[in-house]
Design a binder for this molecule. Structure first.
Ligand SMILES: NC(=O)c1ccc[n+]([C@@H]2O[C@H](COP(=O)([O-])OP(=O)(O)OC[C@H]3O[C@@H](n4cnc5c(N)ncnc54)[C@H](O)[C@@H]3O)[C@@H](O)[C@H]2O)c1
Length: 448
């Protein structure tokens, strides 16, 4: 696909390329002996990337050979370089992925802000590298589809960084639903009711701040349209506030909180999405939203279509009577309730699940399912041992669903009918246009 292809062209291409046999990965795969190490690179080892890297590197079979971070200061590249002194250092992922340097590693961890997940992961997969990428998998729906198709086309081992999926609490909740504890599932409510810890102004702050000598701002912006550097407004962490780099509260938490729902109810793609939300600021995400998804029936719903309702914003959560918990019960700040024919399952984010009505389940002993190691299981799977559970074939559709909700938030108060097979909305061209975005020259992702 050339950089000059139209948006319509590449949406069309994304939807169908999965059927193409044009790409094979077998040529890159290698067989690991018992003493062979998996050589890994880490991109963005500063924030969440620090635990992504160090948790993965706990494996005795992992060798950290390359580190890439746009910030060379102690808190970012510096700290990782101190822990892994033999690793080669980069500040530009394009250099890390060039022919000469890419030969040194087999797998890469991508822990950058969301807008750079796909632009870094896609070319890595095209080089045959296994990928562990933070949540949400991508910044756009089109990118999420591409990530899933690339993982398949290049036959690489993948894992999204929704590590709570591997915790005992979420695994237990999923098993309870699969075991029929609440019967067939009727509806689901999920929420993240915390106040947002980011600025909520309408406009960018004026002016430009001096760039610290350690920070490579052009590389931080990557695919995003250029804007002046402002200290502590974007890098680090606060990029979450901004539409160019993130997808707000739903984008930030949806891939965690909706994950056990997706897995328990065996959801795939919604058929429609509707949002109630205030008018969006020019560049910053909204304060609150309510998003209603309709999904086709699954074996867990007895084949009946099912509604999943999402709430976010300060104190915004479902009413107790709606979800089948007693009036005085304090729902946690974030989580889900899966309502079934025989009762409701509360899945706090993150605490052990609880069944309601309490009297009915008084004698029900919940057996906690053991945790898995989300990070080391990826490294092991890259070496041909075991498997990952948030592979892009799963986390791609989960991310698509989350990001479809963020499109509905931009176009509230209308039902958007989703055609997953064709990667477009059946009844809204404006919404279809929001499945992708323009990319800055020099950083365009490598589409399939
Ligand atoms: N799974 C979780 O529980 C969890 C928790 C927090 C964050 N996250 C996710 O982790 C990712 C990072 O979030 P964060 O809060 O750590 O952000 P952050 O801004 O604090 O850290 C990002 C790191 O990446 C570096 N970086 C930024 N752009 C880069 C680029 N183009 N190339 C190389 N390095 C780059 C930064 O310098 C920094 O070290 C996001 O996708 C976020 O959603 C996940």
């Amino acid at each position: 696909m050339t950089a000059r292809s139209t948006r319509r062209d590449f949406l069309k291409h994304s939807a169908v390329v999965g059927a193409s046999a044009a790409f094979t990965a077998a040529s890159w795969s290698r067989v690991y002996g018992a003493n062979d190490k998996l050589n890994i690179a880490s991109v963005g080892p500063g924030g969440k990337g620090w635990s992504d890297l160090t948790e993965t590197a706990k494996s005795p079979h992992v060798n950290v050979v390359a580190l890439c971070d746009i910030d060379e200061s102690t808190n970012h590249l510096g700290r990782a370089a101190e822990k892994f002194p033999a690793a080669k250092k980069f500040f530009d992922y394009r250099k890390l992925l060039d022919d000469a340097n890419a030969k040194a590693f087999d797998a890469v961890i991508v822990s950058t802000p969301d807008h750079m997940h796909a632009p870094i992961s896609l070319p890595a997969m095209q080089l045959g590298k296994h990928v562990q990428c933070q949540k949400p998998l991508t910044h756009t729906v089109h990118e999420a589809r591409q990530m899933r198709l690339a993982a398949k086309a290049y036959n690489v081992v993948t894992q999204m960084g929704n590590q709570i999926q591997s915790y005992s609490e979420y695994r237990t909740a999923v098993k309870l639903v699969h075991d029929g504890a609440i019967g067939k599932v009727k509806e689901v409510y999920s929420w993240q009711s915390g106040a947002m810890g980011w600025i909520l102004a309408d406009d960018r702050p004026a002016g430009e701040d001096p760039l610290p000598s350690t920070v490579h701002w052009d590389e931080w912006l990557g695919v995003a349209p250029p804007r002046p550097f402002k200290n502590k407004i974007y890098h680090s962490f606060n990029w979450r506030a901004w539409q160019d780099f993130s997808n707000g509260q739903l984008g930030d938490f949806g891939c965690h909180i909706l994950d056990p729902v997706f897995m328990a109810v065996k959801l795939t793609s919604p058929t429609s999405v509707f949002a109630d939300a205030p008018k969006l600021n020019k560049e910053i995400w909204h304060k609150w939203s309510k998003v209603i998804y309709e999904f086709p029936g699954t074996e867990m719903t007895g084949g009946k279509p099912i509604t999943v309702t999402w709430f976010d914003g300060d104190g915004h959560k479902p009413a107790n009577d709606l979800v089948g918990v007693p009036a005085g019960f304090q729902l946690p700040g974030s989580g889900s309730v899966i309502v079934g024919e025989k009762g409701s399952l509360l899945i706090p984010h993150v605490a052990p699940p609880k069944l309601f009505p309490e009297e009915k389940f008084a004698d029900f002993k919940i057996e906690m399912v053991p945790a898995r190691d989300h990070y080391v299981s990826w490294a092991d799977a890259c070496r041909g041992e075991g498997y990952t559970t948030s592979l892009f074939d799963y986390s791609g559709p989960l991310t698509e669903t989350v990001l479809l909700g963020t499109i509905a938030i931009r176009l509230p108060a209308q039902t958007l009918r989703w055609n997953a097979a064709d990667l477009k909305f059946a009844n809204n061209d404006k919404a279809t246009a929001l499945l992708t975005k323009p990319y800055r020259k020099g950083f365009e992702p490598k589409w399939l």
